[in-house]
Design a binder for this molecule. Structure first.
Ligand SMILES: [Zn+2]
Length: 336
């Protein structure tokens, strides 16, 4: 498919989505006053929006842009211990690309950052600019513009300061891959073994790359560390698409964090991305009681189904939450 055809298809899909949303938009059943101007709104002539505690009626021209539903105070998995994982990588070929940095952020204050030395052969390939090119070509060939972007221009320059989250003035030291990967896998496996949710934005990229990297360095992958399965995983991208299927616009972590008002200081930085994913998981459950009341195993299982629906038109969509791929030798990203 040519870029033009894809643009046309995306535009048609976006217009269709807006139309469906307009049709679904609820009108006021009774005469009311506009919440913006106070003027009368005859029954059926206004539109409804979620206010802080109740539905509010507006003249159509006075209605604010729709936003996410307000958070409730219900219980659910979002009140448990959550741990979020993110990586920075040389690209989006999970069997080939290497982890350059990684971060864990926990709802209990857990915070780890690693800068990984992927080896001189890989560094000498100028992976930073390859990364930018690779993301664009990968997404073009991948499951389309509605796939998260690891965001092209948002990707930070590589280097020891890039993966630093706020809090410590000391940049993390560069760690050999086998040590960083083993530390990371040990912490993640312990969290999952306790049956607590691992939050991963776009899990297929992060967990598949991690699987290949662990094998590449002679370390046990998560599948071996967790005989009962790599679960439960919580992917806020899958959840957001499920609860707000027709929202137009980008589903990059940056855009989704902005939509929900979640702080996200440095898009592309694994620490900042993991922190935003952690807060997004919590706010999605707080705003959608039907999500929050799923058990952790059910949340995992439902996401498998939701992700399959969300990617049903993409033959080459990666498996959720990951695919146990064999590592392949390094090769530089193809030029555009
Ligand atoms: Zn009005």
């Amino acid at each position: 498919m040519s870029p033009g055809e894809r643009d046309g298809r995306d535009r048609a899909r976006s217009e269709r989505a807006q139309k469906e949303r307009a049709q679904k938009e609820r009108a006021n059943e009774y005469d009311a006053s506009c919440a913006r101007c106070g003027g009368p709104v005859p029954a059926g002539a206004g539109v409804l929006r979620h206010g802080a505690r109740a539905w509010e009626v507006y003249h159509p021209e006075h209605a604010p842009e729709p936003g996410p539903p307000p958070p409730g105070d219900h219980s659910g998995w979002h009140r448990r211990r959550l741990l979020a994982l993110d990586i920075g990588s040389t690209g989006y070929r999970p069997a080939v690309d290497r982890i350059r940095s990684a971060a864990l952020r926990g709802s209990d204050g857990t915070s780890y950052d690693w800068i990984v030395d992927p080896g001189s052969d890989i560094q000498s390939s100028d992976a930073g600019s390859d990364l930018r090119r690779g993301i664009r070509s990968d997404l073009r060939g991948g499951i389309g513009s509605d796939v998260p972007g690891r965001i092209g221009s948002d990707v930070p320059d590589s280097g020891p300061t890039a993966a630093r989250d706020s809090g410590s003035p000391v940049p993390p030291t560069v760690t050999p891959p086998h040590r960083a990967l083993d530390e990371l896998a040990t912490l993640v496996a312990a969290h999952l073994a306790a049956k607590e949710l691992l939050v991963v934005w776009f899990a297929p990229h992060v967990l598949t790359t991690l699987h290949a990297e662990l094998l590449r360095h002679g370390l046990a992958p998560l599948t071996e560390r967790l005989p009962s399965g790599v679960a439960p995983v919580c992917d806020p991208l899958v959840l957001d698409r499920h609860v707000d299927r027709y929202r137009p616009g980008s589903r990059s972590l940056r855009s989704v964090a902005e939509w929900y008002g979640v702080p996200h200081a440095r898009p592309g930085d694994p620490g900042s991305d993991a922190g935003a994913a952690l807060l997004l998981a919590g706010t999605l459950a707080a705003r959608h009681p039907a999500l929050a009341r799923l058990s952790r195993p059910a949340l995992h299982t439902e996401q498998v189904l939701w992700y399959a629906e969300q990617t049903s038109r993409h033959m080459d969509a990666p498996a959720w939450p990951f695919a146990p791929v064999e590592p392949l030798p390094w090769e530089p990203l193809p030029e555009d």
